[in-house]
Design a protein around this ligand. Structure first.
Ligand code: NAP
Length: 240
């Protein structure tokens, strides 16, 4: 079997690479090389962008790549499109592996919005909003100085306006999130629909009747889409 390129930056990419290594599927993992955690992938790792679609086409050719799995984060909105174009042009089989999105439970009513700017628009004046949307989301909320906000991040951004308080912390369990929202007097939560294990904030919001503004995932190109590592591995086995 020819080498399989895994586009990573997620736990799913790690688990896929690990599964490939365990059964001897040859391949390598590519990371953008910014803030991804250092992990043992079980496969060789390369770092950094490819240089757009043309760069990726060249990489597929020069490395003799036989298949590609895009396991980038659901909010990585360029890499899947670059892959669709490059792999299509080079006639290399490709697919996407994205963890399932969160869905609202029976007692939850989320306001779903298409992006961060739309989220900033729907927040009422004088609301106290918890932003679980990362440091890169600051700009979208900068102008809402008629509200108060708390932005939770690992790496605090610079030039934060006075209506936004930054706390440096990781997401935690439901009890801790509930206590935090209660102490901060949170009325609204803005979250990106990443899916995966950091759902505790949503359960805490439901418990406290905090209103949830859920930012939808960006669109993906047409193509094979898997939700589990087992599905992706089944596809890879079918290619060999
Ligand atoms: P993006 O908008 O889809 O990609 C931007 C550029 O970064 C791409 O055009 C590509 O550069 C390079 N790139 C992205 N993923 C790459 C990979 N796996 N290997 C090599 N180059 C890659 O993605 P992003 O939102 O900037 O995210 C960057 C990385 O962080 C992704 O790998 C993603 O899985 C991870 N991540 C993102 C988020 C998020 O919320 N967006 C959260 C957690 C982890 P070239 O055009 O030069 O090839």
């Amino acid at each position: 079997m020819k080498s399989v390129l895994v586009l990573g930056g997620t736990r799913e990419a790690h688990d896929l690479a690990d599964a490939m290594a365990r059964v001897g599927v040859p391949g390598l993992v590519s990371l953008a090389g910014r803030a991804e955690p250092v992990r043992d992938y079980g496969l060789p790792v390369r770092l950094g962008g490819f240089g757009g679609v043309d760069g990726l086409r060249g990489f597929l050719r020069s490395e003799g790549i036989g298949a590609v799995l895009d396991a980038t984060h659901p909010f990585a909105d360029r890499m899947p499109w670059h892959l669709a174009e490059a792999a299509g042009a080079e006639d290399v089989p490709w697919a996407m592996l994205k963890r399932p999105a969160w869905t609202a439970g029976a007692r939850e009513a989320w306001t779903e919005v298409k992006d961060l700017n739309a989220a900033a628009k729907v927040l009422p004046s004088r609301s106290v909003t918890f932003l679980a949307t990362g440091a890169g989301s600051l700009e979208a909320f900068r102008h809402r100085d008629d509200t108060r906000m708390v932005l939770r991040v690992l790496n605090p951004p610079h030039d934060v306006p006075s209506h936004i308080r930054v706390i440096k912390a990781m997401p935690r369990d439901v009890a801790s999130e509930t206590m935090l929202f209660h102490e901060l007097g949170i009325t609204h939560l803005v979250a990106k629909n990443s899916g995966g294990p950091t759902r505790a904030k949503l359960d805490a919001a439901a418990a406290l009747r905090v209103k949830v503004i859920m930012v939808a995932r960006p669109p993906l190109p047409d193509g094979l889409l898997f939700e589990t590592v087992d599905q992706a591995m089944g596809w890879l086995h079918g290619l060999s």
